[in-house]
Write a protein of this length. Structure first.
Length: 229
């Protein structure tokens, strides 16, 4: 994976308030650490960083040009997103060196088509691998072409590029192929689903009705006060 050059600025404001002001200015708060160095608080331009991650993935190698005159190579280690706005809230960046081996989680893509009338169950969508920090793949592939029900794809079945080594259990299950349910099987389970739905709705109704009938503590106290008077 080729590196992406991105500018950065030292950050002097910390805490939630400082982070909000950084984001309002169109920047992403970040922390740069590694190699025993003191963590460095920086801010990245939100648009440039978003474009880098969109094109290169979560393991995009960044060549940072910091306005204080320093330069660094870094890999995103943890990215926090706003689940509603889908914006970047904070980034942890790991300092790396050329030729250095790093362990990262890389997305796995299944290629090909399984046999007819099958379902693919995804157990893990990433794989932990060790690779040169400047040559981390943006994704890995495993073929399910013609796979029959009962077949499995494990970590050992994933194709690894030259220089990339598996860092986890080779028997870890990536995906399994099962037989798709027939129309008759789906129809036979429909009454059970409907019954379960009706029971759940009835329980919700009972809880709601009970809550409406239950007197509040303030109401009970008021009644007692009037009785005593």
């Amino acid at each position: 994976m080729s590196e992406v050059k991105i500018s950065a600025e030292p950050r002097t404001e910390f805490g939630k308030g400082g982070a909000r002001r950084t984001r309002r200015a169109g920047m992403v708060p970040a922390v740069l650490y590694g190699h025993g160095e003191k963590p460095k608080h920086i801010a990245l331009p939100a648009r440039e960083f978003a474009a880098a991650i969109r094109n290169g993935g979560a393991n995009q190698l960044l060549a940072l040009d910091i306005s204080d005159g320093t330069q660094a190579l870094a890999l995103p280690k943890a990215i926090q997103r706003d689940p509603i706005k889908d914006t970047f809230e904070h980034v942890d960046l790991l300092l790396v060196r050329r030729g250095e081996k790093v362990t990262v989680d890389v997305p796995v893509q299944l290629t090909g088509e399984a046999a007819r009338d099958t379902l693919i169950v995804h157990d893990h969508d990433t794989l932990s691998v060790s690779a040169d920090a400047t040559k981390v793949p943006d994704h890995l592939e495993a073929s399910i072409e013609g796979a029959e029900p009962g077949s499995q794809v494990t970590a050992a079945d994933v194709t690894l590029p030259a220089g990339v080594e598996l860092a986890g259990d080779p028997q870890m299950l990536i995906a399994s192929i099962t037989a798709a349910p027939t129309a008759e099987q789906l129809e036979s389970t429909l009454p059970e689903v409907e019954e379960a739905t009706e029971e759940a709705e009835a329980e919700v109704g009972e809880v709601t009705e009970g809550a409406a009938e239950a007197p509040s503590a303030e109401g009970e106290a008021g009644t007692e006060a009037r009785t005593e008077a």
